[in-house]
Design a protein around this ligand. Structure first.
Ligand code: ZN
Length: 145
């Protein structure tokens, strides 16, 4: 076989192999979809049997139904506990928000007091408070710089 023929054969083999792999993937995906459809149908049958109280004399069905009932009971308990916790969480969050607002407002008023204190001026002679920018103390007459 010539080199060109070998190359052609190699290429054709690779293409065939690729097609085979693509078909395998497609078929696997199709089987997965069918399996999902079967599971879904089985679930519907199960629900139908349970809701219509069919096969009520069957021990296996009864044991599965009581397992479902027990699971439902647990889920209901959990759901109401979740609702309680959510409500408590919301209340706690609201309290925390109020506390933060209060702290912010206290900090703001403290900052305002500091700002005001910094702006106040006192006479170095008699210690009385004087208006900032005054040239003389109104109490003792000391010149202020
Ligand atoms: Zn003074």
């Amino acid at each position: 076989m010539s080199f060109a023929d070998k190359l052609k054969k190699f290429t054709n083999d690779a293409v065939e192999k690729g097609k085979g792999l693509a078909e395998q993937g497609k078929l696997s995906l199709e089987n997965q979809k069918q399996l999902d459809a079967i599971k879904h149908a089985q679930q519907l049958i199960g629900a139908y049997v349970a809701e219509n109280n069919l096969l009520a004399e069957d021990e296996y069905v009864m044991s599965q139904l009581s397992a479902i009932a027990a699971a439902n009971e647990i889920m209901e308990k959990n759901s109401s506990r979740i609702a309680e916790l959510k409500a408590a969480g919301a209340a706690a969050a609201e309290q925390a928000e109020d506390a933060i607002d209060e702290a912010i407002s206290e900090a703001e008023s403290a900052a305002k007091s500091v700002e005001e204190a910094v702006q106040r001026a006192f006479c170095p002679e008699c210690g009385k408070e004087v208006d900032p920018g005054s040239r003389f103390c109104p109490s003792c007459g000391k010149p202020l710089v």
